[in-house]
Design a protein around this ligand. Structure first.
Ligand code: GLN
Length: 488
């Protein structure tokens, strides 16, 4: 029988329900694993062991009393540390919010609790979700479970590493320009960035509102579909929440791609894509062909401008969103106040924010300032509209599109952190779906020298059902989901 920490959410809920194992036994086994591995992985900023055990006992009690159980009954869930959890600190991996304890739960957290999911802790991330490697965290980097000297990807690196290492069964991430898909790809797990608006952002600490989406991460497609069914759905507390009907996405997981038309945009295999990544993703495309889909190379020329447009929009929105952290209303405050308000304000921000966050606030402020607004921000918005239209056109011809998630395999910790542009370039295949608001999944599609590679499946807005079906078919017909990182 599969070890408890390696069991899928689907199987666990059944085993707990059938009294083969208690929720408490399982949760204790997860914490045993966390204690054993955290020194080398560092996936968590905060663990909530006491609360988790209490919740597990509550579930076990419900079972012994024959009371109805939620769909996530007993499952250990790790939460990215930019999603607010009532009475548990939520730091965004920043000194600025090191001691921030939210007085309320994000909508996604409420929904997890209602279905009896167990929150086991808050995961490490790039500071304020700005990064691709989880190296900009104030608390230090997370290590990739497949190779401890490599980055786990980012910014939801802690969430992906926790799942890959068996330190959690499900995790929440958030994706502004790839932050769910990149670490999913680098840690060989599954990650979904839903359609913009499908999952409520209420209680997500904003990086760039028009791009941010919360999404599920898991060891397989079924668990992602189950988790998405629970967190998705309209929420009046988020003004951008879609009015889409709630669906059970597990119902769409049939193993078939017969007759589907798949497009492969050549721009997403651009300069800088590693030969091994390209080879492995193409092998994935051919697998789907073998299974009955028809695949064709296509071109979406505006995608060449996506990265530049993304960074201008993301930094502009960030500069405005992060203005509230001045140490007076919110956030870190230096030793009492010598000087006028602007001196104090600058000092709080200089010490409270790390270098990458400060860089982006400065660049974003510049892009929005008088005289430059038209030249940068407005231009970026126009490119965004063109990209959205070009995707619409592509989806007239194809049911889904496929590309690598990341152009290169996981790199060494420390290798790129001194070179921001080199890190930004790694986002070249993920940002355009955020600009267009499209649902995209990253699924494991192989290895190169023991390092994971991920493949993206991109669908039209609100077609998560189709996206998950293609991903599921791929997963059922390839061996990758059964491979485990070399950990004790
Ligand atoms: N790496 C991208 C950035 O730094 C995306 C981050 C994210 O999705 N939060 O902006």
């Amino acid at each position: 029988m599969t070890k408890l920490h390696a069991t899928t959410a689907k199987e666990l809920v059944e085993r707990i329900r059938n009294k083969e194992v208690t929720a408490e036994e399982y949760v204790l086994s997860v914490f045993e694993r966390i204690h054993r591995l955290e020194d080398s992985i560092h996936a968590f900023v905060t663990v909530t062991k006491e609360k988790a055990i209490e919740k597990a006992r509550e579930i076990d009690k419900k079972i012994s009393e024959g009371k109805p159980l939620g769909r996530l009954a007993g499952v250990a869930i790790a939460v990215k540390d930019n999603i607010c959890t009532k009475d548990t600190r939520t730091t965004c991996s920043s000194k600025m919010l090191e001691s921030f304890v939210p007085p309320y739960d994000a909508t996604v957290i409420e929904r997890i609790k209602k279905e009896d999911g167990i929150i086991i802790g808050k995961t490490n991330m790039d500071e304020f979700a700005m990064g691709t490697s989880t190296e900009t965290s104030y608390f230090g980097p997370t290590h990739n479970p497949w190779n401890l000297s490599r980055v786990p990807g980012g910014s939801s690196g802690g969430s992906a590493a926790a799942i890959a290492a068996g330190e959690a069964t499900l995790a929440l991430g958030a994706d502004t320009g790839g932050s769910i898909r990149c670490p999913a790809s680098y840690c060989s797990v599954v990650g979904v960035k839903p359609t913009y608006g499908l999952v409520s952002r209420y209680g997500l600490i904003a990086y760039a509102n028009s791009l941010d989406q919360i999404g599920p991460m898991a060891r397989n497609v079924y668990d992602c579909a189950l988790f998405l069914s629970i967190i998705a759905g309209h929420d009046p507390s988020d003004s951008t929440s879609a009015k889409a009907a709630k669906r059970d996405y597990t119902k769409f997981l049939k193993s078939s791609v017969e007759g589907l038309k798949i497009g492969v945009p050549e721009e997403l295999f651009g300069e800088g894509t590693s030969g091994n990544v390209e080879k492995q993703v193409w092998a994935g495309v051919h697998k789907l062909e073998e299974l009955g889909a028809s695949c064709k190379v296509t071109s979406i020329p505006s995608l060449d401008y996506a990265l530049a447009a993304y960074y201008i929009i993301a930094m502009s929105e960030a500069s405005s969103n992060l203005a509230r952290y001045d140490g007076l209303r919110y956030g870190y405050r230096t030793n009492r106040d010598n000087g006028d308000w602007s001196t104090v304000y600058s000092k709080n921000r200089r010490i409270g924010f790390g270098a990458e966050v400060r860089r982006r606030i400065i660049l974003g402020t510049y892009a929005l300032s008088t005289g430059y607004y038209d030249k940068y921000y407005l231009k970026a918005l126009k490119i965004r509209t063109i990209i959205r239209r070009d995707f619409e056109k592509a989806f007239k011809e194809f049911n889904v599109l496929i590309s690598p998630t990341m152009p290169i395999p996981p790199f060494k910790i420390g290798e790129k952190i001194q070179d921001p542009l080199a890190l930004y370039m790694c986002d070249v295949d993920t940002v355009s779906m955020n600009l267009a608001g499209l649902p995209t999944i990253s699924v494991p599609c192989g290895f190169t020298a023991g390092l994971p590679i991920g493949m993206q499946i991109i669908a039209p807005p609100l077609h998560e059902d189709l996206m998950l079906q293609v991903a599921y078919t791929f997963e059922q017909n390839t061996p990758y989901k059964n491979q485990k990182p070399p950990l004790k």
